[in-house]
Design a protein around this ligand. Structure first.
Ligand code: THU
Length: 160
């Protein structure tokens, strides 16, 4: 038996250390949280995607009384972006969340299904997506979803 260690490189920032573009995208994700539809979890998530053509698309989580029918903020944003601009890659994605009237102190990392959709978007446009996961006290960043999704399944896996 052999073991392989898979490690992830995660950058840890304070807000002031980020560029103006990145700070602005986090602000837009935070603003979006107030437009979430999350009556069941009361956990309001906002995502803001900066596209390669400069467009910014935001999304929020959309819950449903039939719980699995809802969708996360990241997928709402990316599916909308990819529908509006089917030939334009995504450069930067910011994620923020609030609950109980305050932004979460810790960062919100994308769920497994969102990671898979972010990976598909990276591969579709052959463009890595830098992801900013914003808490009010700390911001985590990765330069590609592959850091958060090692040993992933993508189109190359289909070749056997
Ligand atoms: N949620 C997101 O929108 N994005 C995430 O990254 C994590 C979870 C949503 C799904 C559900 O509406 C609520 O947060 C609680 O899980």
């Amino acid at each position: 038996m052999n073991e392989r260690i898979v490690s992830a490189k995660i950058q840890v920032y304070e807000l002031e250390e980020l560029s103006e573009i990145e700070k602005n995208l986090i602000k837009l994700a935070q603003d979006a949280t107030s437009r979430a539809y999350a009556p069941y979890s009361k956990f309001q998530v906002g995502a803001a995607a900066l596209l390669e053509n400069g467009e910014i698309i935001t999304g929020t989580n959309q819950e449903n009384a039939a719980y699995p029918s809802g969708l996360c903020a990241e997928r709402v944003a990316l599916f909308f972006a990819n529908s509006q601009f089917p030939n334009v890659g995504v450069k930067l994605l910011a994620i923020a969340a609030q609950t109980g009237g305050s932004f979460t102190k810790e960062c919100t990392a994308p769920c497994g299904s969102c990671r898979q959709v972010i990976l598909e978007t990276e591969n579709r446009f052959d463009t890595p997506i830098r992801i900013l996961m914003a808490g009010s006290e700390v911001i985590y960043a990765v330069n590609s979803i592959t850091e958060l999704l090692p040993l992933h399944f993508d189109k190359s896996s289909l070749n056997g």
